[in-house]
Design a protein around this ligand. Structure first.
Ligand SMILES: Nc1ncnc2c1ncn2[C@@H]1O[C@H](COP(=O)(O)OP(=O)(O)OP(=O)(O)O)[C@@H](O)[C@H]1O
Length: 272
């Protein structure tokens, strides 16, 4: 298990115009090199948590411990408009790298890498304002990848991408995570939880689950009574289709020792 990178101890967050805390007494550890997926209904506090972890939300009680080396954290939000600065794709990428103080030859190399990772190779001269919503999200992600942060927080940062682009991007993040980058992935798309090592689920500002995707989707199944109150369902979320089909098979006494998270894993489990 990786070293502790960010540790929250009973952290509550207060925001202007809200008498009550929007995050309540959150305790948990984020470890170096892990992929943590944060799930929860609308308004459950995912974005507030993302900003808190990125060091952007000021008013909180409790304690936040961050590892001594001062890991570089990059937050990519859902709305790309709010994050693009340069006139063109290339300028936008260079801006972030200049702020990070990189030498020109290193910037050129990283720009090409980030464009290739996001499928934007050849778009350097294109005006950033003329990109589609999904392409702007790709550019915002490219900007984050170009500075090679040690922690990437993606807050629904792939929500406008078509399925192919989204999975390509998530695969790129997965290979960067395997090389040491920590990924905090905030998403409404629970089929993407298959990429996670761990899941945090929020409900009304409380951390109601911290554990593996398998436990999130498959624990608390009472087969004898035909009930299925997984932590996922208890948090008010519908599981992905793969899990919903497997739940039904489990309730019929099948696949009792299998916990597939993807259609391919379900197919293998059925064939086995
Ligand atoms: N800047 C802010 N000022 C005041 N209240 C805020 C602010 N940002 C968020 N909130 C409140 O905090 C709560 C949690 O919001 P948050 O954006 O974190 O939810 P979320 O889980 O990301 O939702 P969604 O899935 O809809 O994006 C909501 O009640 C919201 O109204």
């Amino acid at each position: 298990m990786g070293k502790s990178l960010i540790e929250l101890r009973e952290v509550s967050v207060y925001l202007p115009g809200k008498e009550e805390a929007v995050l309540h007494q959150i305790s948990g550890v984020i470890r170096e090199g892990e992929w943590l997926t944060v799930a929860g209904r609308n308004g459950s506090g995912k974005s507030v948590l993302g900003r808190l972890l990125a060091g952007l939300d000021g008013r909180y009680s409790g304690e936040i411990g961050r590892s001594a080396q001062g890991a570089s954290v990059r937050l990519v939000m859902q709305n790309p408009e709010a994050q693009l600065i340069g006139e063109t794709v290339g300028e936008d990428l260079r801006f972030g790298m200049e702020c990070a103080g990189l030498p020109p030859e290193e910037m050129e190399l990283r720009q090409q890498e980030a464009l290739a990772a996001t499928g934007l190779t050849g778009w350097e001269a294109c005006p950033a304002g003329s990109l589609s919503g999904g392409q702007k999200q790709l550019l915002a992600l490219a900007g984050a990848l170009a500075v090679r942060p040690s922690v990437l927080i993606a807050d629904e940062a792939t929500s406008m991408l078509d399925p192919e682009a989204r999975h390509r991007l998530l695969s790129v993040l997965q290979s960067l995570q395997k090389r040491g980058m920590t990924v905090i992935h905030i998403t409404q798309l629970l089929e993407e939880a298959a990429y996670a090592g761990r899941i945090w689920a929020l409900d009304e500002g409380k951390l109601v689950f911290d554990g593996t995707p398998e436990d999130f989707f498959y624990s608390r199944m009472a087969i004898a009574t035909g009930e299925c109150e997984s932590p996922c369902r208890a948090a008010g979320l519908l599981p992905p289709l793969t899990v919903a089909i497997t739940e039904q098979l489990k309730l019929r006494g099948l696949l009792t020792d299998r916990f597939p998270l993807t259609p391919v894993a379900l197919e293998r489990a059925v064939l086995a």
